[in-house]
Design a protein around this ligand. Structure first.
Ligand SMILES: [Fe+2]
Ligand SMILES: [Fe+2]
Length: 292
């Protein structure tokens, strides 16, 4: 089988909950990454999630020197508002026709919490307005190649017995109230020549260990280089955090950068286990992965 690689991947964190001391950037509860992915024949500029506040996202892109009109495609990790709100004004600023919006087919399902009281938690952006602003949905639960060496994960098989979505969410299926296990949760997976696999997660509601297992199937034989995003361990027990981190060590990642919904306790446990190979994620964190 022909191996697919990127020559270069640059990841710029344009939305995250925190900023570093003295930064001109803005934080928001949400996540968004701008990616420049280059292989031998072309470069694609992708935005992975859009946070929930477009004003803060645009401010950060301006400060970081990112031209929003360069965006070739949007990938959405899952429906939650802190990853998808602001898509319509973003598309207005992108100003191109037929911008692909890549997501899972369940992205528009009604997701809500019941405790402490009923609250809608799903996608807030209207599908018709996205369409009017030239967003064109490509909704699939299969892995989708964006360019050779960069793919969505597709729907993540739930394999581990110690991971769960991390939130008590509900949805309606065939008129019945059922648990929402966030099957729309997808990641982005890159394979950089001579380095290995880089995984970008939104909230990891599918479980970050399950996500790594799926990512490794997309580029068989490639080592795990890095993982960046939210791990949704913010409300997890110490026992669950330990199980997740022990499982991650088995994959021998060169580096991990996690923030957003990861939670302070899990970040501390990641520092304990990975030392300087772990960094907390911030607005403005940049990862430059060059082929070797
Ligand atoms: Fe989130
Ligand atoms: Fe989420």
């Amino acid at each position: 089988m022909k191996k697919h690689f990127l020559n270069h991947l640059r990841i710029i964190t344009v939305a995250e909950d925190s900023v570093t001391y003295g930064s001109d950037l803005w934080g928001q509860h949400g996540i968004s990454f701008f990616l420049e992915a280059t292989n031998e024949s072309s470069t694609q500029n992708i935005i992975f999630d859009v946070g929930q506040n477009y004003q803060a996202l645009k401010h950060n892109m301006d400060v970081l020197g990112i031209n929003v009109q360069k965006i070739d495609a949007v990938v959405l990790s899952h429906s939650h508002r802190d990853h998808t709100t602001g898509l319509v004004p973003l598309l207005q600023d992108v100003g191109k026709t037929n911008v692909p919006i890549i997501a899972h087919p369940d992205i528009f399902h009604s997701s809500f919490i019941i405790e402490p009281s009923l609250k809608y938690a799903g996608m807030r952006e209207r599908k018709d307005l996205i369409g009017l602003n030239e967003g064109r949905f490509i909704l699939t639960s299969d892995p989708l190649s964006i360019l050779p060496g960069l793919s969505t994960s597709g729907e993540i098989p739930r394999i581990t017995d110690f991971e769960d979505p991390g939130l008590a969410l509900y949805m309606i299926r065939n008129g019945k109230l059922v648990q929402d296990k966030v099957f729309d949760d997808m990641s982005l997976v890159a394979n950089v020549r001579g380095k290995g696999i880089i995984i970008l997660t939104g909230c990891s509601h599918a479980g970050v260990v399950n996500i790594v297992k799926q990512a490794l199937t997309l580029f068989p034989g490639a080592p795990l280089e890095g993982i960046v995003g939210g791990f949704h361990l913010v409300d997890a027990s110490r026992d669950k955090i330990n199980k997740v981190i022990d499982a991650l060590t088995e994959f021998h990642p060169q580096w991990i950068s996690a923030g957003h919904c990861t939670g302070f306790e899990a970040q501390m446990a990641l520092v304990e286990k990975f030392g300087s190979r772990f960094t907390p994620l911030h607005s403005g964190s940049i990862f430059d992965i060059q082929s070797q």
